[in-house]
Design a protein around this ligand. Structure first.
Ligand SMILES: C[S@@+](CC[C@H](N)C(=O)[O-])C[C@H]1O[C@@H](n2cnc3c(N)ncnc32)[C@H](O)[C@@H]1O
Length: 267
């Protein structure tokens, strides 16, 4: 598709496009993988484009094609009970005594995180609802099915396996857990997609998502996340992501055990 001398221009155009569409800023080493995947997609779909500019205008032409590009660039890596200890501190210390919880999981990928939250709530007898959200509608399709390969069962601790049903080389999330979770498409950098979620949640997890954002898109995303929380609501990032002081006007950090959590700051 693209001659060697055009690669640099393609990389720059794609980087800019992905950033504008999603807030994710791609370093060079990851652009190469994307470029490779893109070439494969164009080949598979039989589309012939002769210049980097044509690639860009091809993907911008329809919402469907924009989605294809977004699905291609997202990093869907996730697992059940990821950073379990952090979640235990969240439920057993930070949220102790709550009688109902509305939780959001933004950047939920294929659903392992929201289902983990549902299992932890059910096992503690806390009623509530969880909304799993992502920009990539392909991963959301898989999440809604609630069916996973048996190789992922090892990530679920013994005491929680009663919430899944094993069938051959797959397991399925049981209906009672699935009923607690719904999924919806959102874009962290689009205030419009957060409009219906205003002050909806007591807690929002956004783990391993903002690591790919620069400060400008982080500011927009964090402001949307803040607005989706109720008064006193809590944001949970991955324990390896520390919120910089420049965002303390939106959230106030506090520490429980060895973990930081972030409380919505009132204007
Ligand atoms: C690495 S996964 C994290 C999954 C899960 N939170 C975890 O920690 O295991 C990052 C997810 O963020 C989603 N994502 C990236 N940019 C986004 C955006 N602008 N709005 C919503 N979701 C986004 C990706 O599609 C991907 O599924």
């Amino acid at each position: 598709m693209v001659k060697t001398e055009e690669r640099t221009r393609l990389i720059e155009l794609l980087r800019k496009l992905i950033y504008e569409l999603t807030g994710n800023y791609y370093p060079d080493e990851r652009m190469k993988i994307l470029e490779y995947k893109l070439e494969r997609l164009l080949k598979e779909t039989g589309i012939s484009v002769s210049s980097p500019e044509e690639v860009v205008s091809y993907f911008m032409r329809t919402p469907e094609r924009r989605r294809q590009l977004i699905n291609l660039m997202t990093v869907p890596e996730t697992r059940f009970f990821r950073e379990r200890e952090q979640l235990e501190v969240l439920f057993d210390v930070v949220l102790k005594g709550k009688s109902f919880l509305d939780m959001g999981s933004v950047g939920c990928s294929t659903g392992q995180e929201p289902y983990t939250l549902a299992m932890m709530m059910a096992s503690r007898g806390i009623p509530g609802r969880i909304v799993g959200m992502d920009i990539n509608e392909e991963v959301l399709k898989k999440a809604r099915k609630g069916i996973y390969s048996l190789s992922e069962l090892k990530d679920i601790p013994e005491e929680y396996r009663k919430f899944v049903h094993v069938e051959g080389s797959f397991f399925e999330i049981k209906r009672d857990i699935r009923r607690m979770v719904e999924f919806r498409e959102v874009n962290l950098i689009e205030p419009e997609s957060f409009e219906p979620l205003k002050e909806k949640f007591d807690v929002v997890l956004c783990r391993n998502v903002l690591i790919y954002f620069d400060n400008r898109s982080k500011e927009i995303a964090l402001s949307n996340l803040r607005n989706s929380l109720r008064r006193g609501g809590i944001l949970v990032l991955s324990s390896t992501e520390i919120l910089g002081k420049e965002f303390y006007h939106l959230f106030e950090p506090f520490k429980e055990g060895r973990f930081f959590f972030y409380r919505r700051r009132e204007a």
